[in-house]
Design a protein around this ligand. Structure first.
Ligand code: SAM
Length: 332
């Protein structure tokens, strides 16, 4: 990888306005309208791209979600029951979820609906590897206090981290979640979580939010003393997240304790949280699974193994139900 066109742009921004927060750097690296990783038109998903997601294991993942949504729609009594996916990427689920008028919302694909998030949804909002792709701010603990790591340019014109004062909001987050982080450790703050949960709460008048992602509970932060930020390029992970902006993915694990707390505050209740593997094993009753397995192609069987044994333990499936009317509905 050589110098990326985005590097010059980011250097210019820093030259003109001073250091960027890491979230501003990540926003630019991933979502700059022409040069951002997800928006430049390059293939990022699948074999020819940089990473696989469970959603790309088609048809198996689509069939599982189809059965899951079918049961959810039936038991909820909501009719018609619609499905909207936020951060849909290639919209790999469009065929499987078509019976519920599946709508994909993503910044990436020009042929999809674009970033407009529809309102008055009755049914299900799906966020599959959406929250892990949102820009995060970075905090560093040193000398017993917290500073924010901003992004600047060093004497060799390379991007580097520069500590700066942390705002009261960031310090509040650190006081809530940072206790387990050791000296010189890092903590990521995903401000997109409250923002997007609020948008989803406003849009979903009744029904559910299904989150599929990798993440941790606050008690597990002990296991992430240096944070969870990673970059992916050609199916290889690297910790050098400041390198080659626009050419590699940047992602951070989701703080599920934070996500659940924010959603509870917005009138959602957590119906269940399982590993992706446990969820996949729970969707089809034994006879239904046996029948599918007997009739399955080699490709289907391989995808099932990849889903359950390959990805199953690192991802979680969280189902939330809207227990209070949306703020929109309450205002009317
Ligand atoms: C890791 S990809 C997951 C794609 C797909 N759900 C999958 O699992 O294959 C994250 C997606 O979220 C999208 N995204 C991030 N921020 C967004 C926003 N503000 N509005 C809509 N989509 C967004 C990105 O463009 C990207 O396609």
């Amino acid at each position: 990888m050589g110098t990326t066109p985005l590097e010059a742009h980011i250097r210019h921004l820093i030259g003109a306005g001073g250091p960027l927060t890491f979230a501003q750097f990540m926003e630019c690296a991933l979502y700059h309208p022409e040069l951002g990783y997800y928006r430049s038109g390059r293939e990022v998903f699948g074999r020819g791209g940089d990473f696989f997601t469970a959603e790309q294991l088609q048809p198996v993942f689509g069939e599982l979600l189809h059965s899951f949504v079918d049961e959810l729609a039936r038991s909820s009594g909501i009719s018609p029951f619609e499905v909207v996916e936020i951060g849909a990427g290639r919209a790999d689920l469009s065929q499987a979820l078509q019976p519920w008028g599946y709508r994909a919302v993503d910044l990436t694909q020009r042929h999809l609906e674009g970033p407009q998030f529809p309102g008055a949804i009755r049914g299900l909002v799906l966020a599959h590897e959406f929250f892990d792709a949102l820009p995060v701010r970075l905090l560093k603990r040193s000398g017993g206090s917290w500073s924010e790591l901003t992004v600047s340019v060093d004497a060799g014109h390379r991007f580097c981290f520069l500590p700066a004062g942390a705002s009261p909001t960031l310090l509040e987050y650190a006081s809530q979640y940072g206790d387990a982080i050791p000296e010189d450790g890092l903590l990521e703050v995903n401000e997109g979580i409250p923002h997007w949960c609020g948008r989803i709460a406003d849009a979903l008048s009744s029904g559910f939010l299904l989150v599929v992602d990798y993440g941790y509970e606050a008690r597990d932060l002990l296991r992430f003393p240096a944070g969870s930020l990673l970059s992916y390029h050609r199916h290889r992970a690297t910790a050098h997240v400041l390198d080659h902006p626009g050419e590699q993915d940047i992602t951070a694990h989701v703080n599920f304790t934070h996500l659940t707390g924010v959603l509870r505050g917005l009138g959602f209740e957590l119906v269940g949280k399982q590993t992706l593997s446990a969820w996949a094993l729970s969707v089809w009753p034994e006879e239904s699974f046996s029948l599918r397995w007997r009739q399955a192609s080699t490709r289907w069987r391989l995808q099932w193994k990849q889903l359950v044994y390959g990805m199953g333990e690192s991802f979680h499936v969280l189902l939330f139900r809207r227990s209070a009317p949306s703020r929109e509905a309450a205002r009317k």
